[in-house]
Ligand binder design. Sequence first.
Ligand SMILES: Cc1cc2nc3c(=O)[nH]c(=O)nc-3n(C[C@H](O)[C@H](O)[C@H](O)COP(=O)(O)OP(=O)(O)OC[C@H]3O[C@@H](n4cnc5c(N)ncnc54)[C@H](O)[C@@H]3O)c2cc1C
Length: 475
Amino acid sequence: MFAITGPIGSGKSFVSSIIREAGFEVLDADALAHELYKKNSELQKKIAQEFGDEAIDENGINRKLVSNIVFSNPKKLELLESIVYPILLNEIEKINPVFVEAAVLYKCPEFAKRMKEIWVVEASEDLRKERLLGRGIEDGRVEAQRVESGELRVESFVRKVDNNGTKEECKSKVLELLVGLIPNIVFRDISLKKYTTFKIGGVARFFAEPETMEEIKILLAWCLEFKIPYFVLGKGSNVLFDDNGYKGLIIKLSKFNAANTLHSLIQNAANQGLGGLEKLEGIPGTIGGAIFMNAGAHGQQISDCIKSVTSIAANGEIITRTKKECEFSYRTSIFKKLSTLNSQLSTQTIISAEFNFTPMPKEVINKNRKEVLAWRKAKQPLQYPNAGSVFKNPNSQSAGYLIEKCGLKGFSIGDAQISELHANFIVNKGQATAKDVKALMEKIVQKVKEVHGVELEAEIIYPPSSPAPGPSSKI
Ligand SMILES: Cc1cc2nc3c(=O)[nH]c(=O)nc-3n(C[C@H](O)[C@H](O)[C@H](O)COP(=O)(O)OP(=O)(O)OC[C@H]3O[C@@H](n4cnc5c(N)ncnc54)[C@H](O)[C@@H]3O)c2cc1C
């Protein structure tokens, strides 16, 4: 946990807002304390005992009355703190936030001990008074929360955030401090358009292309510590990113066995007279993406030849699963199932796989490859950006056929169009947005249900732009 603290008027809330905007969780301990005043009967009882029954009202605590008492009498302030802090600390510990903005908790050694770093926002007393008077708060509270040198009774690492200048100056100082908390292989605000075959999507808040296992581990540990949600990306040939991007970390794999293309896997196998996956030729994804999706075509699917798959979990644990343990079925796998669970702790990054191919004459393998490629060229709208089949085939029926029978071929919303060539493909005719594509998908689902009584299920993956907070460091 990191604390943002400092005396009243120093600008803690402003610093917190910069940290939040930068993508980190900040718990407002003051707001939490007020929640507790409202609902924690033990706390209410103790306050009533010391400050009288009138100190408790329907809002929890009678702020005006209690403030008047404690800010005119330091002993009473200490008394209030000694009642509130233990209960508040307990609650903060349960939540275990990344940052906690905590008014004067820094005076409490118990609190300080739990902090990895304490960021003390500093502003001169004159400036604080000026700011507080601007907010209609009188001088007394400035005096009560005076920070004399040496008053900070803590052993944790303390950083000072100088807020004596302009808001812009303060912001750049905070951002500088935050840079120190972000691994140096992580980039910010990267457009996702160029990382997907759909050429659609906003900006990734954080983006990294790890090249070694060590780097993956650093990223995962960072996500764990700072509760940053993450999404593993292959070639982006089955993903529709939101127009608002992704407010987490995109881990783009490119230097790992699982990041090699399906094409290179099939080619290498063919060179050695090994077949079994050659009909997947033309699927523009990576081995990892194909395993996650259990990609398939023309009666073959990647799981046919899988021997084992090795992945790394959010907590850094490396697991090798047998084919059976991968729980493959139509367009799904254990990896996909795990990724949809609430806790991101279960998300797996596939790093490598072992295959059992079938010895076959090279001519047969290459003939099959050529045939499926020619089929794709004739049947799929490859001249426009797309993400392959949008819907799964329901109960062995062709989703494309069902959509076509609804007369939807060529129907567009914005620049997103249901392909004239293949009704289960949506193509980006130029500036299509994720909103256009989703609206088109809704239209398809509704029409197919109406006409055929069949519920289509999306095959493409669309990560939410604001995913649930990342894995909690409390496992
Ligand atoms: C023109 C075209 C034709 C297509 N034809 C077919 C087809 O015939 N059959 C078919 O099944 N699909 C097809 N697809 C869809 C797509 O190519 C496949 O699903 C492919 O396997 C996705 O791989 P990818 O690397 O692009 O994964 P991405 O699109 O990057 O990711 C897809 C999902 O896999 C996850 N993922 C990717 N890599 C990893 C990893 N290393 N570890 C953990 N999770 C990972 C992602 O988080 C995401 O949820 C087609 C797509 C296009 C554009």
